[in-house]
Design a protein around this ligand. Structure first.
Ligand code: DGJ
Length: 725
C-alpha cells in the first residue's frame, strides 16, 4: 500500500516509486515529521524525535510533560503560529480576540485511492484512481475551533507527491487567515544547497545555487504573478549533488500569483522549508462555515541527482498536469509575426507570410498583437477587442479564410487581463481596473490591470473573446500578460477584504481560463507574460505551452532553456527561430528544437539557401518530435558550468532512439573533446543516422563521442540522431 497508518506506532508512511515520507501523530496530537528521502521499508523511525532533550534545559511545550519534546526544535508537519514552535509557521489565523496564535493538532484521518480536485485551482489530476493515493489529515485548534485538512497525494509510479491545505471555519464567528503555507518540510540537518531560478525580462529562469546558511533564505513574488524575478521552484540538494548523483528535493508551486519559498535553519542545525501564497499583502476573511483552499505544492525526490529530479517532473507534468488533446497530440509548427512586424502589419502582408510558410511546410500562422481597436503601438486599445477591419482588409473571418486557403491553421494574440489607459473600455469603466482609492495608479506599457476578482469584469472580457473565438476558425490563442500589479485593491470588495484582491485576481484569471478550455477544448493555448514572466505549473494546467522568453538570441536562450528544464518539460517551452544574428539558422533551429519550435521572422526575407535549411528543419521537427516530446532529457554540459559549450540529449523511453545536440558558445580551449552521453542502453548498439557509424551504448556513455570533427567556432552546433540496431 502506498499510504499506510501504523496504528500501533501512530505513524503515517507515504511511499512513491523511489521515496518515503513518514510522520507521526505524537503525544497530544502533534504531527511530527520523521523522514523524507529514498524509499525505506521501515515505519520504526521514531528515534528521530529525540531532540527536545538537547534543545534547552527548559524545552517549551504545551500539555506535554515530556522533557524530550519541544515543538520549537522538532520537525513538524503543520506548524502553528506563536505557540511553542517559533520558527516560520505554516498557518496563522487571527481570531475574534485579535490575536493570531494558532495551534492545530491531529483529530482524524482518511486514506483513499485517487486525488481530489482543488476548488477553483489548477492541480495535478489522475486519469484513474489507481494512479495515486490520498491521505487527508484533519487538524483542529482546540481554542478557536478552526480546522484544516492537510492533503497528501502520492503518485506511486513517480517519486512524487503533492501537498495542499484546506482551512475550515466551523466556529460560528468570523476568523481571519493571515498565512497558510501549502507545504512545510523539516530536516534534521542543514547540509544542503538551495537551487532557484531567478531572472528578469530577457533572462528568465537562470540557475542559482548557494549553500544554506543560518541566514533565512528564500524567494518570493509580490508582483501579482509568479514573475520573471523568481520562478515558484526551488530544490534543496546535497552539497555534492550534481546531474547524476546525490539527493535532490524539488518543490514547485501550482500557482500563478504571489508566492514564497523559505528555508530557515534552527539553532540546532535543522532546516525548515515552507512554500505557499506570499503572506505579504494577503489576508482572507473566513465567515462561519466557509473554507479556504490553498494551492498545491508538487514535491519530487531524486536520489540520483538533478537530472532524475527534472525527468520526474517532466513525466509527471506530461501525464498529470497538462490536459486534453494537446498533452500528446503533435503541436502545430507555427510562424508568428511579432518580431518581424511588431504592430505594423496589414492583412495582405500576413497573407504573404502564410504563402511562404506553406511553401516551407509550416503548419500555422499566428497573428500577434495589433489586430484590434486602434492598436498601432502599445499605447492604446487593450480591452477593446474589436477587429480592426481596415488593417486586416475586411472582417476577421474573411482574413482567416485567406490564411486557411493555404491549408494553414490560424492563431491569434490576446491580452485579456489588461486595459489601455487610451481605450473605450477604460473611458467607460475606469473603476474596472485594480486600484486603491485616492492614489494614482502606476502605469506600465500604457496599461492597467483589469480587476479580474470581479465577475462583471471577467464576464465582459470573456463575452468578447468568446464571440471572436466562436465566430471564427481559430486554432490557437497566445494569452499574454505584460505588466505586474501595483496599488492593489478592488472596488468590488469592502475595506476589510482588500487584502483578498491578489488571490481573488488569480482565481478570476483561472476562472476565465477554465471557461475557455471547456468551451473550446480543441483550442491550443500558449501562455506568455512579457516573454516568460508567468511560466509556472498553474498556467501549464491551462496552456500546454508557454513562451519562454522574448530573448530569442540562441546563445542567450541556452541558459534560459537549461534553467526552465529544471522542472518544465520540453513540450511546454515556447522556442522559436528568429532573425537574431549571433548564429546561423542551423544553430538557431537546433536550439529551438528543444522546445515547441516555430519561427518568429519574416519568411519573405529568406534566400534560397535559407529555404532549404528551413525545409530540412521542418522535416526534422516531425522526425524528432517523439523523442523530444515524449522522451527523457539529459543535460550533458550546462552553460552555467562551462563557458564554451552546452550539450543535451533526449532519449526515447524505450532507449531505442536518441537525439544529441551540442552548441559552441565560445571557441573552446581544448582541441580534443569527448562528449559522454547518458541514458542509453549500454548493451545496445546504436547507428548514427548521418555517418552510418555504429557504436555501443557503453562506448558512447563511457568513452564518449569525439567532437573534434565538428565546428569549433562561436555559434557552431551539431546534432546527432542515434537509433538502436
Ligand atoms: C510580449 C510577448 O512576449 C511578445 O511575444 C509579444 O506577444 C508582445 N508582448 C506583444 O505585445
Amino acid at each position: 500500500m502506498p499510504v499506510i497508518f501504523d496504528e500501533e506506532r501512530k505513524i503515517f508512511k507515504l511511499d512513491s516509486a523511489g521515496s518515503s515520507y513518514i510522520f507521526e501523530v505524537y503525544e497530544q496530537g502533534y504531527l511530527v515529521h520523521l523522514y523524507y528521502g529514498a524509499k525505506i521499508p521501515d515505519t520504526n523511525v521514531g528515534g528521530f524525535i529525540d531532540k527536545g532533550f538537547f534543545a534547552s534545559e527548559c524545552p517549551m511545550n504545551i500539555n506535554i510533560d515530556n522533557p524530550r519534546f519541544s515543538p520549537d526544535v522538532s520537525p513538524l508537519e503543520f506548524s502553528g503560529e506563536g505557540s511553542g514552535d517559533l520558527r516560520s509557521s505554516t498557518i496563522a489565523v487571527r481570531n475574534q480576540d485579535g490575536n493570531n496564535v494558532t495551534d492545530m493538532r491531529y483529530v482524524s484521518h482518511k486514506i483513499y485511492p485517487g486525488k481530489p480536485a482543488l476548488e477553483g485551482l489548477p492541480a495535478l489530476y489522475v486519469n484513474d484512481d489507481s494512479e495515486a493515493t490520498t491521505l487527508e489529515v484533519l487538524v483542529r485548534d482546540s481554542v478557536t475551533g478552526v480546522e484544516a485538512i492537510l492533503y497528501y497525494t502520492v503518485f506511486e509510479r513517480f517519486s512524487a507527491m503533492t501537498r495542499s491545505v484546506k482551512v475550515i471555519n466551523p466556529t460560528g464567528s468570523e476568523v481571519y487567515l493571515e498565512r497558510v503555507m501549502s507545504s512545510c518540510v523539516d530536516w534534521d540537518t542543514h547540509d544542503f544547497d538551495m537551487i532557484t531560478l531567478y531572472g528578469k525580462w530577457l533572462k528568465e529562469r537562470s540557475l542559482e545555487r548557494a549553500p544554506l546558511t543560518h541566514i533565512k533564505q528564500g524567494i518570493a513574488s509580490k508582483r501579482g504573478s509568479s514573475s520573471h524575478h523568481h520562478n515558484p521552484f526551488a530544490a534543496i540538494v546535497d552539497h555534492d549533488c550534481n546531474e547524476d548523483y546525490g539527493s535532490a528535493y524539488g518543490f514547485n508551486f501550482v500557482y500563478s500569483g504571489n508566492f514564497i519559498f523559505e528555508a530557515e535553519i534552527d539553532p540546532f542545525a535543522g532546516t525548515r522549508t515552507v512554500m505557499g501564497i506570499n503572506p505579504e499583502g494577503f489576508e482572507w476573511t473566513l465567515g462561519s462555515g466557509e473554507s479556504f483552499t490553498a494551492p498545491e505544492v508538487v514535491m519530487v525526490y531524486s536520489g540520483r541527482g538533478l537530472g532524475e529530479m527534472s525527468r520526474t517532473f517532466h513525466r509527471l507534468y506530461m501525464t498529470h498536469l497538462v490536459r486534453g488533446k494537446w498533452a500528446h497530440a503533435v503541436r502545430p509548427l507555427l510562424i508568428n509575426n511579432w518580431e518581424a512586424t511588431g504592430m505594423d502589419f496589414t492583412g495582405d502582408k500576413l497573407v504573404t507570410f502564410a504563402e511562404r510558410a506553406k511553401e516551407l511546410g509550416i503548419d500555422m500562422l499566428v497573428m500577434d498583437d495589433g489586430w484590434f481597436g486602434r492598436r498601432d503601438d502599445d499605447t492604446s486599445s487593450l480591452g477593446d477587442w474589436f477587429v480592426n477591419e481596415e488593417k486586416l482588409g475586411g472582417p476577421l473571418s474573411g482574413f482567416i479564410d485567406r490564411i486557411k486557403a493555404f491549408g494553414l491553421k490560424f492563431g491569434i494574440w490576446f491580452e485579456p487581463e489588461m486595459v489601455s489607459r487610451d481605450s473605450d473600455l477604460y473611458r467607460a469603466h475606469p473603476d474596472w481596473c485594480i486600484h486603491v482609492p485616492r492614489r494614482e495608479k502606476s502605469i506600465s506599457r500604457s496599461q492597467y490591470v483589469l480587476d479580474f476578482s470581479r465577475e462583471e469584469v471577467r464576464d465582459y472580457i470573456y463575452s468578447l473573446m468568446h464571440g471572436i473565438l466562436s465566430e471564427n476558425h481559430i486554432d490557437y490563442v497566445k494569452w499574454d500578460f505584460n505588466r505586474y500589479l501595483s496599488e492593489v485593491g478592488s472596488a468590488g470588495l469592502p475595506a476589510s477584504r482588500q487584502k483578498e484582491t491578489f488571490h481573488r485576481y488569480v482565481l478570476g484569471t483561472y476562472d476565465i481560463l477554465n471557461r475557455l478550455t471547456s468551451d473550446f477544448p480543441d483550442l491550443l493555448l500558449e501562455g506568455c507574460a512579457s516573454g516568460g514572466g508567468r511560466f509556472d505549473p498553474g498556467m501549464l494546467y491551462y496552456s500546454p505551452q508557454i513562451w519562454c522568453s522574448d530573448n530569442t538570441d540562441p546563445i542567450e536562450r541556452l541558459s534560459i532553456q537549461f534553467g526552465t528544464s529544471m522542472c518544465y518539460p520540453a513540450s511546454s517551452m515556447g522556442a522559436h527561430v528568429s532573425a537574431s544574428r549571433r548564429a546561423g539558422y542551423e544553430t538557431k533551429g537546433n536550439i529551438a528544437l528543444w522546445g515547441t519550435f516555430g519561427y518568429e521572422l519574416d519568411p519573405n526575407t529568406f534566400t534560397e539557401d535559407d529555404k532549404e535549411i528551413i525545409r530540412a528543419q521542418v522535416n526534422e521537427y516531425h522526425k524528432y518530435y517523439d523523442v523530444i516530446h515524449e522522451g527523457d532529457l539529459y543535460r550533458l554540459i550546462t552553460p552555467d558550468k562551462n563557458d564554451f559549450r552546452a550539450a543535451w540529449m533526449f532519449v526515447s523511453r524505450d532507449r531505442q532512439a536518441a537525439l544529441v545536440t551540442s552548441v559552441v558558445m565560445r571557441t573552446p580551449e581544448d582541441r580534443s573533446f569527448y562528449l559522454k552521453l547518458k541514458g542509453l542502453d549500454p548493451d545496445k548498439y546504436y547507428v548514427e543516422d548521418e555517418s552510418g557509424e555504429v557504436y555501443s551504448g557503453a562506448l558512447l556513455m563511457n568513452a564518449g563521442l569525439c567532437l573534434n570533427k565538428y565546428g569549433n567556432a562561436d555559434g557552431d552546433s551539431f546534432k546527432l540522431y542515434l537509433r538502436s540496431l
